[in-house]
Design a protein around this ligand. Structure first.
Ligand code: AMP
Ligand code: MG
Length: 504
């Protein structure tokens, strides 16, 4: 099959939003070599990747042969980066090739990352390196396997061209699939220019694409704000319940779709710590683990500001006041929406089926215990399932002082026993442990394992560690013999010195 007809493109963004992008071709790669293809995702998209000859696939995913029907464009967007506003960011090293309707009828963006300079590149080279692009594969696939909404990697090609960072690294292009690349920053781009007409077209497009039920309703802009806020509340709750630290929650990295996007300086917390920060540039801890829900709300307030002129046009001061009050009410409601989702996830991880007034305190005290005992976040949740099955020893072994868990465990057992009233005790315990092991993964992308796999791929061209880790990440809830090394935390000294990097 020729690369030229791989996808059935239907490019609504390019068609419906002239003025929102610059048409721009990918830079050719001198010696493309395919490093990764996501066959399951390709199948979802109706692409028979296995039928592509390796050379054709490499040329396709390097951008050397732009497929028929693609209309490569660099999208315009702005964004608050670490709280400071940049009125023009845009796709500086990315291109949207177009959209395809997948087998389930969902419109998905197909985009390149690392495909060369564009009019939005500012000082950057438009390129990406093998390590960070394979990192995006690993973390994105892990998130997907954990059931968390995310953009996903379809392919990675080594370009055969060096890219210069703090060292010279092998270059790469990633093909990314997303529900869309609409961001809070896309709205900010037009709001910053006072272009209400463009904002209206953008809001209409966004609603048609992500919230079609809202189309044509009088209240659509604020209803869109609420829909986005609820998706983000759910997303953030899921991040917090697996220990995910995004690392760079700038408004240009927050999607309207509710998918996780932009796996740059992300990391997973090891020993539980709300203040955990790994990003080398996050000096103030703005994007620390425990701060993420607050930042999400802050970002949503920035989105709200862009939508106000659409929700209240005209000079009726009272109407403007009403709109502002409603938007403020939505932003103020976000913490409660987040909390409800977060608590629901925690209940599942605690093995509880019924809601109880004491649940929040029980969960808070558990997290405080993990923090005080420097317990590994992921393994502690997982070993709590063993405790649910009747074996508390593995959980206690994670604590600095094993007896410190006594009081909390007694409370939790009492709560479980109350819930199990009337049931055969062994059966209830078995069911609980099963449910808990579906809610708390054994395998997450441990920072040291990710780095190890990327170093082998990037420095030695050895993809075997990457592939072994990827296989484990795709079955995060299964305790497969032989995968213990992926489940174990890094030595504390390694984690203490671990730094991640942006713009790589
Ligand atoms: P990020 O931190 O990856 O979300 O990127 C923030 C902004 O910087 C976006 O506008 C990117 O397109 C741009 N950018 C990041 N890396 C590069 C690069 N190597 N060349 C050009 N633009 C870049
Ligand atoms: Mg970004």
């Amino acid at each position: 099959m020729p690369a030229a007809s791989a996808f059935a493109f239907d490019n609504s963004y390019a068609r419906e939003l002239p003025g929102f992008f610059v048409a721009w071709p990918p830079a050719p790669a001198p010696a493309p070599k395919l490093l990764f293809v996501n066959h399951a995702l390709a199948d979802e998209l109706g692409l028979d990747a296995a039928a592509l000859a390796a050379d054709d696939a490499a040329a396709l995913f390097a951008g050397n042969r732009v497929p028929e029907g693609a209309q490569p464009i660099a999208q315009a967007y702005a964004g608050h980066q670490f709280g400071g506003f940049s009125p023009q960011l845009g796709d500086g090293r990315a291109l949207l090739l177009g959209e395809v309707i997948d087998r389930r009828g969902r419109r998905r963006d197909i985009a390149f990352k690392g495909s060369g300079r564009t009019p939005f590149s500012r000082g950057g080279d438009g390129k990406a390196a093998v390590g960070p692009m394979l990192r995006e594969v690993l973390v994105g696939e892990a998130m997907h396997a954990l059931g968390i909404p995310t953009t996903r990697a379809l392919a990675v090609v080594a370009t055969g061209e060096p890219v210069v960072r703090d060292r010279v690294l092998p270059g790469a292009v990633l093909t990314r699939v997303a529900a869309s690349h609409l961001r809070v920053g896309t709205f900010q781009f037009f709001a910053a220019r006072g272009d209400v007409e463009a904002l209206r077209r953008l809001a209409d497009y966004t609603i048609a694409r992500h919230d079609p039920a809202l189309a044509g309703t009088p209240d659509a802009p604020l209803a869109l704000l609420e829909a986005v806020a609820r998706r983000q509340a759910s997303l953030l709750a899921q991040w917090m319940n697996v220990g995910f630290i995004h690392g760079v929650m700038n408004t240009d990295n927050m999607t309207i779709s509710g998918e996780t996007i932009d796996y740059g300086p992300c990391a997973f917390v090891e020993a539980h710590d709300p203040q955990a920060v790994f990003s080398s540039i996050d000096h103030g801890g703005r994007y620390a683990f425990g701060n993420q829900p607050h930042i999400a709300r802050w970002n949503l307030a920035r989105l709200a500001e862009t939508l106000l002129p659409l929700a209240a046009d005209g000079d009726d001061e009272a109407a403007v006041q009403r709109v502002v009050a409603r938007a403020t009410g939505l932003i103020d409601a976000f913490p409660a929406w987040f909390d409800a989702e977060w608590r629901r996830g925690q209940r599942a991880k605690l093995g509880l089926l019924r809601e109880d007034a004491g649940d929040a305190a029980l969960a808070d005290d558990w997290l405080a215990l993990l923090h005080a005992q420097r317990a590994d976040f992921t393994l502690a949740w997982r070993r709590l399932a063993d405790a649910g099955a009747g074996d508390e020893a593995p959980l206690r072994a994670l604590m600095a002082e094993p007896a410190a868990a006594d009081g909390w465990l007694a409370r939790w057992r009492a709560r479980c026993t109350a819930e199990d009233a009337g049931r055969q005790a062994d059966a209830a315990r078995r069911d609980r442990a099963l449910r808990m092991r579906r809610a708390s993964p054994w395998i997450i992308p441990r920072n040291h394992r990710v780095e190890e796999a990327l170093a082998a791929a990037s420095e030695h061209g050895d993809l075997a560690p990457f592939e072994a880790l990827l296989a484990a990440l795709r079955e995060p809830f299964d305790e497969v013999p032989g995968r213990a090394r992926f489940a174990e935390p890094a030595p504390a000294e390694v984690t203490a010195g671990y730094r991640t990097f942006c713009g790589t």
